[in-house]
Design a protein around this ligand. Structure first.
Ligand SMILES: [Zn+2]
Length: 116
């Protein structure tokens, strides 16, 4: 995992490969919003979210298809995000996370509901 800190504002968490070559090294990038500005539950579910992206990347690579999320067709990216956000909301509920943080995740999930 790496912490991304930019000069100008928020950098969101992502799963990124920042090094080329074989084997590829894929990093979970965490932004200050995940590490510092919200609760420990939020940090845990962000790591959970990005870890699921990693598992899906690995599965695709093993199946010989395009691995990296950003190389997928937009529809498939949205499906993956939605699938992960739903699991994330489930986890947040089990951890009894503050209602406001759950609502924030629901808002972030909204654009992925429509596949087109
Ligand atoms: Zn995601």
């Amino acid at each position: 995992m790496q912490l991304q800190v930019g000069r100008d504002g928020e950098i969101f968490a992502s799963t990124n490969w920042v090094e080329s070559g074989d084997p590829k090294i894929i990093w979970i990038m965490l932004g200050p919003g995940s590490v510092r500005e919200r609760s420990i539950n939020h940090l845990a579910e962000t790591i959970f979210h990005e870890s699921l992206h990693l598992l899906l990347v690995e599965e695709r690579i093993r199946n010989g298809v395009t691995g990296f999320f950003k190389e997928l067709p937009e529809t498939q990216q949205k499906e993956e995000e939605l699938r992960i956000y739903l699991l994330q909301l489930d986890l947040l509920a089990k951890m009894r996370t503050q209602k406001e943080e759950i609502e924030e995740i629901r808002r972030w999930m909204e654009p992925y509901k429509n596949p087109n």
